[in-house]
Design a protein around this ligand. Structure first.
Ligand code: FE2
Length: 167
């Protein structure tokens, strides 16, 4: 058996939100969040491939760390980013972007709901150990959804943000 590769990190400070960030700084912070989320997800790869959880306590702790980072990030985007983006689009007379932003917003909310439902379903160690196959299958689903959302945001929304927010 190889050693459990998962480690936990110190909790970080709260996201300041767009209103407290300098222009352009907001995107940089979201990209940093994305990098951190992708790195955390990658750390699960050996366990997801082997489907062997050697240390359930450590594994649950690591899952909680991923939950905290992902949920905080989704909340920040869902509650602040899209509204801020729409206001800026109107302010900069780029109203043509509004339907696209709404479409993005709706599809991203669906992702958020799936992710939140996953984390609430696996709140306790027993929730995983009672049905590990179900857990790993669900984990792979939300991993796919999160990575797809990140990719869509970076390819689409961040471009719009750059066009609307930055002169
Ligand atoms: Fe994001």
């Amino acid at each position: 058996m190889e050693r459990q590769p998962l480690r936990t990190e110190e909790p970080r400070t709260r996201h300041p939100g767009p209103e407290k960030s300098p222009e352009g700084g907001f995107i940089k912070e979201m990209e940093e969040d994305h990098g951190r989320i992708k790195k955390l997800i990658k750390e699960f790869e050996p366990v997801v491939s082997s489907r062997v959880i050697e240390d359930m306590v450590l594994f649950r702790k690591k899952l909680k760390e991923l939950e905290d980072v992902v949920v905080e990030h989704l909340k920040m985007e869902d509650e602040l980013f899209y509204q801020s983006l729409k206001e800026k689009a109107i302010e900069k007379k780029q109203d043509g972007f509004l339907p696209v932003i709404d479409l993005y917003k709706e599809s991203m909310f669906v992702v958020s709901r799936k992710v939140l439902s996953f984390f609430s379903r696996y709140r306790e160690e027993e929730d995983i150990s009672v049905d590990p196959e179900g857990f790993f299958s669900s984990f792979k689903d939300i991993r796919y959804e999160i990575l797809k959302r990140i990719s869509k945001e970076e390819r689409g929304l961040f471009y719009i943000y750059g066009t609307c927010f930055l002169d």
